[in-house]
Every structure is written in structure tokens, then in C-alpha cells.
Design a protein around this ligand. Structure first.
Ligand code: HPA
Ligand code: ZN
Length: 326
């Protein structure tokens, strides 16, 4: 259709993507087989049927299970390469992707195995698909700050490959303030800072992420409109939100797409972007997220272009590289 063609035609960025969340069931079964691991599900179809979530935690439980089949460098390479070829077909030209080292190191897979596989695929994507990239290491917020510090230590030999740190996993009960010290230490090592905040958690968590963690971009941030003072701050400080509409729908952050506040967020003048979060679990990559949003809100071509431009603006590309795209 016309709308789909417009979306396909727009060069896009993806700024909120968990590599482990791009793990398609078909590839999961293939890797499980070669690693001699039996999944709890017999077939791709029965696994896909389990992808029905009432909240973030129900998703996370199954997401961590799936990640368990990733053992060797080749597995992390294949995971990342599959994601890159997919988004390349959707005219995504720049990505800033998360990985969760603790999901793997906790199981005895070493940090270097994980990052070597990911890095090789990202480099190949840059060479062969012309996709530029940044890599973000995410701390798991259901674990302690001490564990995050251990992960930071393990990351230091690979510092030049990691552009920023993030904070993800179970939000409610694990406020940003739990990680003040490790974010401060991460900043001292030169990492950029982002955090998931205000997805299921309250608007206060967004304040904490800004004031205590000193982040410069908010992942999700759906609850920002609950506080006019915060809205003012986001606008004045030019702090972007990486929204993920299909994720919000699948995790019941909203009951239906019509309930999403993305248009109001844009109309208030906040720098909002569209992203896919965990596309293998939520039924859509970048184009599907744009499409479902555009369809429901009847977004104009100018609005779609603005969202895509916001993606470049909010990215960590240099000003010169941004200018090449905008
Ligand atoms: N929220 C929190 N943690 C996550 C998510 C998310 O949307 N996706 C993967 N880990
Ligand atoms: Zn996320």
C-alpha cells in the first residue's frame, strides 16, 4: 500500500533494540539444536503461541529462557547478523543496540564470547550493508548494583567497542536510584548513559533517571505526560524518548494502539522516536511499528519524516554524520 511504501522509503534509525529480543524462534531452534539444548517447546509454532504477555515480567521470563541457548561466539554473531539483515531490508541505516551481558555471564558464558560475536556482526553490517552502529551495554536492574559494577569491570577491556550503558529488565521496585554509583562510574569511563524509565514504572522514575543517573536519553518514558514540569525539562534540555509502540501494546502498557500518547508527546514538542524494542516477541520490526502507529493516528508524511529525523537527531552520530542523513 501507499503508506507502507512511504515508510519503506524513509531512511530510519533504530535506537531502542535489545539484540536478545530480536531472537526469532526459527533461529532459536536452529541454535538450540546445534548446541544440544532442548527447549521447553516442541515446535516454532508452540513457542510462538506462548508469546502472550500480560505485563513486562511475563515477557522477561520467556525472553531470558530463549537467551539460554546462546553459548558460542557464532551464536551471538548469528543473532546480530539476522537482526541487521532484517532491518537493512526495511531501510534502517543506523542502529544503537542493547545487549544484556549479565543474562549470559550469569550462565557461565564469558563476556568476551558475547561481545566478540556481536562486534563481528556489527562490523560486517557496516561493511556490507552500510549500517552504522553504536553498542550499548545494559545493566539488569533486578540484580544488585554490585553485580552491575562487576559487569562494568568485565567491560573495560572492550571499552572502545561500547558507546554507552543502559538499564533494563524489571522496572517496578528497581528504581534508577539503585544504580547511582555504577552510572557515575560508567560516566567517568566515558560511556554515554541511557535508562529504561516510565514504561511500567511511575513518572518519578524518569526524574530519578535524569537527576540521579544523569542520562541523556530516555528509553520508553511513556509516563512523562503525568508531570508538566518534566515535560518542560525534556523540551528545554532536548531529551529524547525512544518509544516502542508495539512493545507497549504487547506488554499491556496500553490496551489498544489508539490509547498511545505518541501524538500528544510529539504535539507537546518532545523529541520522540519510534523503535521496536524486542521485535521477535512483539510482532514487528521498525516498519511495522511505524505502520501500526501511522495507521491508527492517520499520521501525515511530514509527521513520519519528523519521527525519522528525530531518530537521527537523538542518535549518537556526530553532527557531521547527522547532517549527511537529515
Ligand atoms: N523493558 C525492560 N527490559 C527489557 C525490555 C523492556 O521493554 N526489553 C528487554 N528487556
Ligand atoms: Zn527495551
Amino acid at each position: 500500500t501507499e503508506l507502507k511504501n512511504i515508510i519503506q522509503g524513509i531512511p530510519k534509525t533504530e535506537l531502542h533494540l535489545h539484540l536478545e529480543g530480536s531472537f526469532e524462534p526459527e533461529l532459536m531452534f536452529e541454535i538450540a539444536k546445534r548446541n544440544n539444548i532442548t527447549l521447553d517447546y516442541d515446535t516454532v509454532e508452540s513457542l510462538k503461541k506462548a508469546y502472550k504477555f500480560n505485563n513486562l515480567q511475563e515477557f522477561l521470563d520467556i525472553y531470558y529462557l530463549g537467551a539460554k541457548v546462546l553459548i558460542h561466539e557464532q551464536d551471538f554473531f548469528d543473532l546480530t547478523w539476522a537482526y541487521l539483515t532484517k532491518v537493512h531490508s526495511q531501510n534502517v541505516v543506523h542502529v544503537e543496540v542493547f545487549f544484556d551481558p549479565q543474562t549470559h555471564t550469569e550462565r557461565g558464558v564469558s563476556f568476551d564470547v558475547v561481545i566478540n560475536g556481536i562486534k563481528k556482526a556489527l562490523e560486517k553490517g557496516k561493511e556490507e550493508l552500510n549500517i552504522s552502529y553504536k553498542l550499548i551495554m545494559s545493566y539488569l536492574r533486578h540484580l544488585s548494583e554490585e553485580e552491575a559494577f562487576k559487569t562494568l569491570e568485565e567491560a573495560l577491556p572492550f571499552k572502545d567497542w561500547i558507546d554507552g550503558v543502559g538499564l533494563d529488565s524489571s522496572e517496578v521496585g528497581n528504581p534508577p536510584s539503585k544504580f547511582i554509583n555504577v552510572f557515575e562510574a560508567s560516566a567517568k569511563h566515558g560511556f554515554k548513559l541511557v535508562a529504561h524509565a516510565g514504561e511500567e514504572g511511575p513518572v518519578e522514575y524518569i526524574w530519578e533517571a535524569l537527576d540521579h543517573l544523569k542520562i541523556d536519553r530516555i528509553d520508553h518514558g511513556n509516563r512523562c505526560l503525568d508531570d508538566d514540569t518534566l515535560v518542560q525539562k525534556l523540551i528545554e534540555d532536548n531529551i529524547a524518548l525512544t518509544l516502542c509502540p508495539l512493545s507497549n501494546l504487547e506488554l499491556k502498557v496500553i490496551q489498544k494502539m489508539e490509547d498511545h500518547n505518541i501524538v500528544e508527546i510529539l504535539d507537546r514538542g518532545i523529541m520522540a522516536t519510534i523503535n521496536s524494542d524486542d521485535p521477535a516477541y512483539f510482532g514487528g520490526y521498525m516498519n511495522e511499528n511505524y505502520y501500526e502507529t501511522a495507521k491508527v493516528f492517520n499520521l501525515s508524511k511530514d509527521q513520519l519524516l519528523q519521527l525519522a529525523i528525530n531518530g537521527f537527531e537523538a542518535s549518537w552520530l556526530s553532527p557531521v554524520d547527522k547532517d549527511k542523513h537529515i
